[in-house]
Design a protein around this ligand. Structure first.
Ligand code: FAD
Length: 393
């Protein structure tokens, strides 16, 4: 049905519905033809290629699984394979979409009022407006439930005061989903903040070594007024943000799968083309062993990623399931990218080659949406019944 890639060794397409295969094909074709030519240059300059937004919009993947409100209503598997195909060519582009779609749009869809969904989701689905999602703060990363940004009730709305750090897309987002502590209840609430709200600033974080195209920002809110109609009625505690994170972790797990596929596909080609000692690099046993190790990792990662989607669809997925998928797949992707980097020799450290870029891009993915450690502790708590997030007293 569509061009096979070398990394698809166990013919994963057979596990997909025709609709899921179709979205996979259209994303792959668009990424390879229309977006791949630009990404290395923008990655190197740490700039966002705004001109590709219409191409991404055309793919109809923003909004993922959300039904109605102009969203595509894909299956979670369809949405996940679309993200993997974006990441196969460029991880930053997949992060841009994930923050917009699986974090911000999903929060509005799951926790917003009917009026908020109608007001915000249609233009976000068409990427006419862009969203970001602000939970992390300078002093509260893994320990996000302790966040200190405050929301104080005033006549007709709320006053937000505080800071956010690392927020993807925030330097240009039109719509900012922000979490803050309600000063009356001491619980976490969610708000939709307009980019033009007085008192709001977002400054780009410079010098990232990975996902350089993604514009991560430090947000400062000084007495930012948010009208009552922009408070998300479904966010009443930190547990409500966890509901969103459990789903988005499924999607995030597919980024390292896509990255690893891209790395393998390039290495496979490269080893057959480049010669040393009078033979293609692919003819050396050590190199074949490395290729096969990467290939084995990828087949296992795909099957874990696919199974987590099926558990979600069957209503059986637990937070521990999602955390295990995200953390384990990311570790395997780190290993795969590292082997790929070795296989390209000197070219393995040049950003013009997809492999070096992927090698760097996997690092922030290892850390965001819960670090490897924190996701391990989420699964660990589930399988033992014992929480170990805080040091013993
Ligand atoms: P820390 O929490 O300071 O952790 C440092 C180290 O200590 C880690 O290795 C961690 O695993 C370990 N550690 C911490 N607590 C424990 C514990 N209890 N037990 C064992 N080990 C522990 N956030 C958003 O809200 N929105 C975004 O769009 C967003 N995008 C991001 C994009 C990038 C590129 C990056 C790097 C981050 C992004 N984040 C975003 C923030 C991200 O979620 C946090 O960086 C992450 O949760 C880790 O927090 P931290 O960086 O403060 O690390």
């Amino acid at each position: 049905l569509f061009p096979p890639c070398a990394s698809d060794y166990y013919q994963f397409d057979d596990l997909l519905t025709p609709e899921e295969q179709a979205v996979r094909m259209r994303v792959r074709q668009c990424m390879e033809k229309e977006i791949a030519p630009f990404v290395a240059e923008y990655w190197e300059k740490a700039k966002f290629p705004f001109h590709i937004i219409p191409n991404i919009a055309k793919l109809r993947i923003a909004g993922g699984t959300i039904k109605g409100y102009g969203c595509p209503g894909l299956s979670i598997t369809g949405s996940a394979v679309a993200i993997a195909e974006v990441a196969r060519v460029d991880a930053s582009c997949s992060t841009f979409i994930l923050v917009h779609s699986s974090l911000a749009m999903l929060t509005i869809a799951l926790c917003g009022s009917e009026a908020q969904k109608q007001k915000y989701l249609p233009s976000l689905a068409e990427l006419k407006t862009i969203a970001c999602w602000g939970l992390t703060e300078p002093d509260y990363g893994s320990d996000a439930s302790a966040l200190k940004t405050t929301a104080t009730k005033v006549e007709g709305g709320w006053i937000l005061e505080g800071q956010k750090r690392w927020i993807g897309n925030s330097t240009f987002a039109d719509v900012l989903v922000i979490f803050a502590r309600n000063t009356s209840t001491n619980q976490i609430n969610g708000y939709i903040v307009n980019k033009n709200a007085p008192g709001l600033t977002a400054t780009k974080i410079e010098n990232k070594i990975g996902l350089r195209i993604v514009q991560n920002g430090d947000i400062v809110m000084k007495k930012v007024f948010v009208p009552d109609e922009d408070r998300l009625p479904g966010v009443n505690s930190f547990q409500d943000t966890n509901k969103v994170l459990a789903v988005s972790r499924v999607m995030v797990a597919w980024q390292p799968i896509g990255i690893s596929m891209g790395v393998y596909d390039m290495c496979h080609r490269y080893l057959k083309e480049r010669k040393q000692f009078g033979a293609p690099l692919a003819a050396f046993q050590i190199n074949q062993q490395k290729l096969v190790q990467m290939l084995g990792n990828i087949q296992a990662m795909i099957l874990v990623g696919w199974r987590i989607c099926k558990l979600y669809e069957a209503g059986k997925m637990t937070p521990g399931h999602a955390s295990l998928a995200k953390s384990w797949i990311t570790v395997k992707a780190r290993e795969t990218a590292s082997i790929g980097r070795e296989l390209l020799g000197g070219n393995g450290i040049l950003a013009d080659f997809l492999v070096a870029k992927a090698f760097c891009d996997i690092e922030p993915i290892y850390t965001y949406e819960g670090t490897y450690d924190i996701n391990s502790l989420v699964t660990g708590r589930e399988v033992t019944g014992l929480a170990s997030f805080k040091p013993a007293a």
